[in-house]
Design a protein around this ligand. Structure first.
Ligand SMILES: *Cc1c(COP(=O)(O)O)cnc(C)c1O
Length: 638
């Protein structure tokens, strides 16, 4: 028996490092979810949820949403601001908003608004459709509705409609021309908006989204434009409704220095404008609060080098200090954290359906009397390789040479297919043995390291990268991936993942690594068993991934379950809602197909075969039924 412990599983998959306390390995080797930050003893067994889903006939892959995690994240952000505002003696409040674009699912929005109600936590919209959702669902009269993004007249009219509904709608001016149109419409409809000005910051963020900030940013007003805006608003007698100063330097800010610098710059602009008589009441620092996807607590693109406490402190103390130096009142602080609110609450569960070995299969390599010398030579190498001595490098070099010679020999017609198959099989056997020897070494030569790479397997998993983990494909985002059972058993197969799309990009080969190699090409997983399902969790998919998926290969949306914890239940949870994923019919409809027409066309062709006597009538009917059932069924593999 190996001395594997669940702590070793934790060391590999780092649940505690990226999980914010929500995920933990149980003594039984199952992954547990503790969905309430302040009740760590309330633990749900993730495999138990899967079992219940299977019993209910819900097919995988599926998204599991933990509503309690969503609520915990909203509460923890608001409470942290409250606490640090109190500790620091800051003389105003925090009033955050959640940016809808990060996860627009209605149930997500409803839960966030509900959990945020005690804190008057609001919503941010970046488009007309999002604004319409915000108008309907942000029902708290005291919370903010902040509007970003480019705006046409219809967008502005909808914003003014919100003001008619007595909502605190702030129209953030991203572009000077929007201001002129807003003033005109406001006079026409005789409604006063609340105006926000987005400033184009001089500081640049660091990391993937650096281009969202700085002078060439897409959004925002330069200092000169801000001053012109103030002049215009004054002339139009609308300066008194100019209440918010906004900036957003990018998403996933990996380095806390960017936050500090931006807060400093923005609070100075706020102070100077205030001194000039602009009655600003709010500073909105935008989004950017990052997630430590790889658990490295570093400035890696998929990490962050700060805690929530540090982020909040730097904002609160940063604004406070500048305001005191400039002798202006402390503004209400607004943030638009999206990723940090939603990333943890959902995960994708996919079943591994097969292993693709790159290393040859079982093949009879026994000796034939007149076999080619190359076959004998590589067989001899296997005998020569000594598990305890250091001739592995020499054996490896010879094996590589024989394999090359064999390929040439085959092309010249000297070797038979059977002989090539034997050489290939013996070659991979050798490499497997050499790899085992190398794992015991303190220093591994470069060539030999590559063996591990070439020996690694691919686990074929029932999901689509393009639908469920878009950012891992588009921007090399690392997402935590781990088995959810057998964590008390050593995972001794190094593999990467491939999905079921017909696209060679449909793979995941970036995983959480270790100190030496922060991003690993492989992840250790368990050998598959014939009689047991092996499920993997892809975690932290609640921000962006959930809603950015596309229709590549027409796979479409996943089945989804919404989980609530419930202490009085024997399993501590219940499935509150099941949202069905896409059927073949649905995805085809989005591409202009008509499923009834398709069924008719297939029926016509089958009827023709029946008339010709190639299909029996009874069988024909069955085939047509089968086609129609398939149209109505789930797009993923069964
Ligand atoms: C995208 C966006 C956000 C959300 O950013 P996160 O990094 O997810 O917190 C906030 N504000 C604006 C203006 C945005 O465009």
């Amino acid at each position: 028996m190996s001395s594997w412990s669940i702590q070793d599983a934790e060391n590999i998959y780092k649940f505690q490092r990226w999980g914010n306390g929500y995920f933990k390995v149980g003594n039984d080797g199952n992954l547990k979810v503790a969905p309430k930050i302040d009740e760590p003893n309330l633990q749900i067994d993730l495999p138990e949820i899967i079992k219940e889903m299977q019993e209910d006939g819900i097919e995988f892959p599926a998204v599991i949403r933990f509503h309690d995690i969503l609520r915990s994240q909203v509460t923890s952000l608001n409470k942290t601001f409250k606490r640090i505002i109190k500790e620091s003696g800051y003389e105003n409040n925090y009033m955050g908003v959640y940016p809808i674009k990060v996860n627009q699912m209605r149930e997500v929005i409803e839960e966030i608004v509900d959990a945020g109600r005690p804190y008057h936590y609001g919503l941010e919209a970046g488009s007309k459709a999002e604004l319409m959702a915000a108008l309907a669902y942000n029902t708290n009269r005291r919370s903010l509705t902040i509007l970003n993004g480019y705006k046409d007249d219809e967008y502005l009219r909808l914003a003014l409609l919100g003001r008619k509904m007595n909502r605190k709608v702030v129209v953030v001016i991203e572009k000077f021309s929007e201001l002129k149109r807003l003033i005109k419409l406001s006079k026409e409809l005789q409604i006063e908006p609340i105006i926000g000005l987005r400033v184009k910051m001089m500081v640049k963020s660091r990391g993937k989204w650096a281009h969202s900030s700085g002078e060439r940013a897409k959004f925002g007003l330069s200092i000169a434009e801000i001053l012109n805006a103030v002049k215009l608003l004054e002339a139009e007698q609308m300066l008194h409704i100019t209440e918010l100063l906004h900036f957003h330097i990018g998403s996933q800010l990996t380095d806390i220095r960017s936050v500090k610098e931006a807060v400093q710059e923005a609070s100075l602009i706020y102070s100077k404008l205030h001194q000039q008589g602009v009655p600003l009441k709010y500073i909105d620092v935008g989004g950017g609060l990052a997630i430590d996807y790889d658990g490295s607590q570093s400035t890696n693109d998929s990490s962050r080098n700060y805690s929530l406490d540090e982020y909040v402190s730097d904002i609160v103390y940063g604004i406070k200090q500048t305001c005191e130096l400039q002798q202006v009142p402390h503004p209400i602080i607004v943030t638009e954290s999206g990723r940090a609110i939603t990333a943890h609450h959902s995960c994708v569960i996919t079943k591994v359906i097969g292993e693709i070995k790159r290393t040859g299969t079982d093949y009879d390599t026994s000796n034939l009397p007149d076999e080619h010398i190359l076959v004998s030579n590589i067989r001899d190498l296997n005998n020569l390789l000594d598990d305890d001595s250091d001739n592995y490098q020499e054996v490896y070099n010879d094996a590589v040479q024989i394999k090359e010679q064999a390929m040439n020999g085959f092309k010249l017609g000297i070797l038979s297919l059977d002989e090539v198959a034997k050489i290939e099989t013996l070659y991979w056997e050798l490499l497997n043995r050499i790899e085992k020897i190398s794992l015991k070494l303190s220093f591994i030569p470069e060539d030999i390291k590559e063996i591990t790479e070439s020996l690694s397997s691919q686990y074929l998993s029932n999901f689509s990268v393009f639908q469920s983990t878009a950012d891992s494909w588009a921007i090399d985002q690392v997402l935590p991936i781990a088995p959810i059972t057998r964590l008390d058993e050593e995972p001794n197969i190094q593999c990467s993942l491939v999905d079921i799309t017909c696209d060679s990009d449909g793979k995941i080969d970036k995983f959480i690594g270790d100190e030496n190699e922060p991003i690993a090409k492989n992840i250790p997983l368990h050998p598959l068993k014939l009689d047991e399902d092996y499920f993997l969790g892809i975690f932290l998919t609640g921000a962006y991934q959930d809603v950015m998926g596309d229709m590549h290969n027409l796979f479409g949306r996943l089945n989804e379950v919404h989980i609530f914890s419930y202490d009085d239940d024997p399993k501590d949870f219940y499935i509150e809602e099941v949202v069905k994923g896409s059927s073949a019919k649905q995805v085809l409809t989005t591409m202009q197909y008509n499923s009834e027409m398709m069924a008719k066309k297939v029926k016509k062709q089958i009827d023709k075969q029946i008339r010709k006597g190639r299909i029996a009538p009874r069988e024909g009917v069955r085939l047509i039924d089968f086609y129609e059932e398939s149209l109505a069924s789930y797009t993923y593999l069964k």
